[in-house]
Design a protein around this ligand. Structure first.
Ligand SMILES: [Zn+2]
Length: 418
């Protein structure tokens, strides 16, 4: 090798060495956003004069104004005396893969929706979201796990993944986990028709929950009939969808129609509710959809329809007295439910005696639990996703304040500011 070649090699080596030592280009730190001049409301915790600091897509700090330092250079957003709370969560929806649908939820302050059963087309849309407009976050289950030929019967097959054995159950859960499911949905429903549909057996159900839990996923069980509640609880599901109906004779139901005050519910039914309440797992009642679907289907008059709803409300009132846990969910996507704030559902919860603080917890922390995201959304704690809502008024005193949305923030981005 000539001296000339040696010096050239040396230069090349030096250049390579120097470029390797160059520090990686530094991303500019995101400018913090400080929200001031508002009350903080996280579940039932109210801080009258609070500050929230957001950085990037996360909450950095939240607490009393006197204790939180506003970082230098922060952008300041004035809450104008309103209430700052975690973005609301609709924990039970369907057919919400279209961004236009989730945009309506977002504008109403619902920053996350959780799909509890989607067919192949919707599943693909959730997996490949179109980012052309900001829309409520979507979590999804994919298809229901159901017995071969089971519920839901009146839908295309892709909305149902049939599992007949524990092995099939484990494989189905693995497939859904690989498909990006946030949780698993199982159907425990015989269709309530003359020809009962097959229902998952306890050993298959246990295989579903064991495999889901092994993979870090929660299991949500659709139960409309209290007869299937035991199986769901025995198998260790993490959430119950819909409040199961008590089995009332025609004679008793006639009495419900004649009287203004609620009648006692059957003891065996109350014992089942008590068992559910004792587990402290969230129940998503979806009274509005039960009114639209079950009550409208069976009722022959307005009086019957009203009595049917009153039975559900009484059940929910008893469940509260038992210390049960609820989550908010509308079942949007079925029975013509509108997208947005599930206001009528909240009114039903109020009628059943739940306090505004309890309803707010149901719509934030507890709905996050049903979606398997209790440490990511539904709270103003540091590290949580920066999904926030500012409303005019205090929803603890007056829940209609939730209808007066001032500001919506999604992943730290101000989406709406009136
Ligand atoms: Zn549903």
């Amino acid at each position: 090798m000539s001296n000339w070649t040696k010096s050239l090699l040396l230069v090349v080596l030096l250049v390579l060495l120097l470029s390797a030592c160059q520090p990686a280009p530094v991303q500019p730190a995101p400018t913090p956003l400080a929200i001031i001049n508002g009350a903080l409301l996280d579940g039932n915790q109210l801080v009258p004069d609070g500050v929230v600091i957001l950085r990037g897509d996360r909450i950095e700090a939240a607490g009393p104004a006197a204790e939180i330092d506003i970082p230098a250079g922060a952008t300041v957003l004035d809450a104008r005396g309103g209430t700052i709370l975690p973005g609301l969560i609709d924990g039970h929806v369907h057919n919400a893969a279209e961004p236009e649908v989730r945009r309506k939820f977002l504008e109403a302050g619902v920053t996350s929706v959780c799909d509890t059963g989607a067919g192949a087309v919707q599943l693909r849309q959730y997996q490949n979201p179109q980012d052309d407009m900001p829309a409520a976050r979507a979590y999804y289950a994919g298809p229901f796990l159901s017995a071969p030929g089971g519920y839901p019967a009146d839908t295309d097959d892709s909305a149902r993944l049939e599992v007949g054995t524990p092995e099939e159950a484990r494989l189905a859960v693995q497939q859904l986990a690989a498909d990006g499911a946030s949780y698993i949905k199982v159907a425990l429903d015989d269709g309530r028709g003359e020809e009962p549909l097959p229902v998952l057996s306890i050993d298959v159900l246990q295989a579903v929950t064991a495999e889901a839990h092994r993979l870090g996923l929660t299991v949500r069980a659709h139960v409309l009939d209290v007869r299937y509640l035991d199986a769901a609880l025995d198998a260790g599901v993490d959430a119950i969808e819909h409040i199961p109906a008590p089995d009332l004779s025609r004679q008793v139901f006639e009495l419900w129609m004649q009287r203004d005050l609620p009648l006692p519910l059957p003891r065996a039914y109350l014992e089942e509710l008590q068992r559910l309440a004792g587990r402290q797992i969230p129940l998503t009642p979806t009274i509005e959809v039960l009114e639209r679907r079950t009550c409208n289907a069976v009722a022959r008059s307005e009086k019957e329809r009203t009595a049917c709803v009153r039975v559900y409300i009484e059940a929910l009132r008893q469940y509260r007295l038992m210390g049960g846990v609820i989550a908010l969910g509308s079942d949007y996507g079925s029975a013509g439910m509108p997208a947005g704030l599930p206001w009528r559902e909240m009114e039903f919860l109020q009628q059943a005696g739940w306090s505004n603080a309890e309803i707010l917890t149901a719509a934030t922390a507890n709905a996050a639990r049903t979606c398997g995201r209790a440490s990511e959304i539904g709270s103003l704690q540091p590290g949580y996703l920066a999904d926030l809502l500012i409303v005019d008024g205090n929803p603890l005193d007056d829940l209609t304040a939730l209808q007066r949305v001032q500001t919506v923030i999604l992943a730290g981005q101000v989406i709406l500011d009136k």
